[in-house]
Design a protein around this ligand. Structure first.
Ligand SMILES: Cc1cc2nc3c(=O)[nH]c(=O)nc-3n(C[C@H](O)[C@H](O)[C@H](O)COP(=O)(O)OP(=O)(O)OC[C@H]3O[C@@H](n4cnc5c(N)ncnc54)[C@H](O)[C@@H]3O)c2cc1C
Length: 392
């Protein structure tokens, strides 16, 4: 088992922009990851088994709802803190970060923003500790990039609604107690509904055969005439803008997280290049390998700067969805490129589980697709700068 000696890379001295609290939060998350997750993550990925015993620990380091107010069990932290935690988690594994992102931004966030007071009191404290886990059902088998076309629907029946349809590719679905599901009412308006495990007609089959995010559980949500109390509908907002606002929060976390994966690949490649000898000298002394390392740290530094600025804009409530799209798209692409270059630098060793690079690379193939594909984020930027819609 490889010893996790990661100590961070801060080429532009960005730590000087962090508060002591930010650094403490980051260092706490890093220490927990090194102790609890690094030793088991390769096995978890190889065996395609999400390590559920980590959930209380994730709650303790504040990874579930870091910015949710303390009165609802959250940590009441700012957006930079949220980003730093996501970065530390994804430095270890994108699946680990996905579990925390979904819980925070796609389950707790909509309940906090659009839920009734009763819903907030009932769900948020348990979600914050990891006692209950949640999932977010937006994507359907025939509606991925175009979620507005969804066919999952509900009809009113007295004090309840009857929910029918299916969601696909849902992170955390196989073990979640709670699902925030987006469905259309009889007027065709999209609403968020909290569905609980155990409701009759609700099943969550696991999706198998993934070569990516293997340490994160993914499943379907099937609704066969599921009777859900009307009190479980999120009252605060409807329409496609509601789930999209949750995606803004999650995509912001991904922008930070992807830097974590890139930093880990760079860290491993840098150390390897200084140690590995070929032609009687370290491969790090060859110009071709230095080009790779120099470009990696340059792109990582640019991504760090972009993301820090985005975090300050979010703290001020000024970040636009398009700005978040740009950062998600750029940083995931950067991480993928860094992973691919780092993989080559390790030669044959790069494809083994002795090093984390191949796992990061495979994970990032999901990250570049979910929460809006690489293409879709480009179209969002294109629309933003031209005012012309190229989606349809
Ligand atoms: C591991 C994993 C976990 C996920 N977790 C969740 C989750 O928790 N909850 C959830 O709701 N969803 C989740 N998703 C679903 C994810 O968000 C979708 O896969 C994603 O939105 C893309 O949808 P799709 O797979 O149907 O691809 P499609 O929408 O079918 O896209 C296929 C290709 O066509 C391109 N394309 C589509 N439309 C256009 C266009 N207008 N112009 C140009 N190109 C276009 C896309 O960029 C893509 O390359 C997850 C996915 C994965 C892989």
């Amino acid at each position: 088992m490889r010893t996790d000696n990661y100590a961070g890379h801060d080429y532009y001295l960005l730590d000087e922009w962090l508060t002591e609290e930010h650094k403490l939060i980051r260092d706490t998350a890093r220490a927990w990851v090194k102790k609890e997750v690094s030793p088991i993550i390769e096995d978890a990925a190889e065996n395609c088994a999400f390590p559920k015993h980590l959930l209380p620990g994730l709650g303790e380091i504040g990874a579930f709802g870091p910015y949710i107010p303390e009165e609802y069990g959250g940590a009441g932290l700012d957006q930079i803190s949220y980003g730093l935690i996501m970065q530390e988690l994804e430095r270890c594994d994108s699946g680990l970060r996905s579990t925390a992102s979904v819980q925070s931004s796609l389950v707790m966030y909509p309940i906090w923003k659009y839920g009734s007071e009763e819903q907030k009191q009932k769900y948020l404290p348990k979600l914050a500790t990891g006692e209950w886990m949640g999932c977010f059902g937006l994507t359907e088998p025939d509606h991925g990039s175009n979620p507005g076309g969804m066919t999952t629907n509900f009809k009113e029946d007295g004090d309840d609604v009857i929910l029918n349809g299916a969601k696909m590719w849902i992170s955390n679905a196989p073990f979640a107690q709670v699902a925030v599901v987006w469905a259309k009412n009889e007027a065709g308006r999209i609403k968020g509904i909290i569905v609980e495990r155990g409701m009759e007609g609700f099943t969550t089959p696991t999706m198998k055969g993934k070569w990516s995010l293997r340490a994160s559980d993914t499943g379907e949500l099937i609704f066969d005439n599921v009777r859900v109390p009307k009190a479980n509908i999120l009252p605060g907002r409807d329409g496609l803008g509601a789930p999209l606002s949750c995606l803004d929060s999650a995509r912001y976390g991904i922008a930070w997280g992807a830097i974590g994966a890139a930093l880990d690949c760079y860290d491993v490649a840098l150390k390897y290049a200084k140690e590995r000898q070929q032609f009687d000298r370290p491969i790090g002394g060859f110009q071709l390998q230095q080009k790779k390392l120099a470009e990696m740290i340059t792109e990582i530094t640019k991504a760090q700067l972009l993301t820090y600025r985005l975090g300050t804009l979010r703290n001020e409530g000024r970040a636009t969805s398009a700005q978040i799209s740009m950062a998600k798209r750029n940083n995931v692409e950067t991480a993928l490129n860094v992973a691919r270059e780092a993989r080559q630098m390790l030669g044959g060793m790069g494809i083994t589980g002795e090093y984390p690079i191949m796992r990061h690379m495979m994970n990032l193939e999901s990250v570049v697709t979910y929460e809006g594909t690489h293409d879709i984020h480009l179209l969002i930027t294109g629309l933003d700068v031209t005012g012309l819609n190229a989606f349809t």
